[in-house]
Structures are given as C-alpha cells and as structure tokens.
Ligand binder design. Structure first.
Ligand code: FES
Length: 149
C-alpha cells in the first residue's frame, strides 16, 4: 500500500492497514502534532487533511488513505516560514493549553483553501466540530479573519 504524507510517498507494510491513521502518524512516523482526545471522532484534536478534507485520524484507518494525500500540521511550514494560518495563530496568541490547536489549525487551513474570504457563518460551520476546553474560539475566529484579509 502507499499514500502521500506531507508531500512524500510512503509505502508502509500491508499489516498496518487496519491501524488508526492517528497511531501510524504518531508512533511510526513521529508526527505527534495530531493529538488523541476522545478517540471516537467527536473532539477534532486528531484532525489531519486527507485530500484537503479535515479528517478524524482516530477513526480513519491507514487503508482508508490508500493512494491519497495526507497533510499534518508538520507539513504546513515551508522551511523556516510558517504557514499563514500558523503565523496568525501566533500573532493572535490563540492557544491556551494548546492540546486541540493542531486540529483547529488544520481545519482552518482547509476552510481557507476552499473559502479564502469566509464569513462568520462559514467559520462557525467549518470549525464547529473542533472542540476547545479552554474556550479559545474568539481568538480562533480572529486569526482566521486575519488570514482572510
Ligand atoms: Fe479523534 Fe477526538 S481524538 S476526534
């Protein structure tokens, strides 16, 4: 089997096919940005992009991404230059505890890829499934709107 991970083709062993993508990313590829939160597809902490669609890596198997493009937060920056969404997150001091923020950022990246000038309603609809126990939602909205300007 094979898939593209952050722009690089990977050919993991077929025995890994039924493993959750989240565990493959974290344990076999060392990409620990995506976090294990609920483990059942509800919280969004594990969000990565699969063909630019925000995807819950905890309930996605490696087999599900056969032949597809997977992007994690580690694949956003270009060398030393942060992705504009990452930079906006810093500029707006979005994170508090930070645990959910990789998932928040990946969902925001997908939103802005699809909708470069989102309305408040677009942001609410896109970000609705990414939970933050610290309540950073106002800063998340501000950072997304900043990138959209
Ligand atoms: Fe995957 Fe919560 S850990 S949605």
């Amino acid at each position: 089997m094979s898939f593209i991970l952050n722009g690089y083709r990977q050919e993991p062993p077929a025995e890994w096919a039924d493993e959750p993508l989240l565990f493959i990313l974290r344990e076999h590829f060392g990409l620990v940005g995506a976090k294990f939160g609920c483990g059942v597809g509800i919280c969004g902490a594990c969000t990565v992009l699969v063909d630019n669609v925000p995807t819950r890596a905890c309930i996605t198997t490696l087999d599900d991404v056969e032949g597809r493009q997977v992007q994690t937060i580690e694949g956003l920056a270009k060398g030393e230059t942060l992705h504009p969404v990452q930079q906006a997150w810093l500029d707006h001091a979005v994170p508090q505890c930070g645990y959910c923020q990789a998932g928040q950022i990946m969902t925001a990246v997908a939103l802005l890829n699809d909708t470069p000038a989102p309305t408040d309603q677009d942001i609410d609809a896109a970000m609705d499934g990414n939970l933050c126990r610290c309540g950073t939602y106002p800063r998340i909205r501000a950072a997304i709107l900043h990138v959209a300007e």
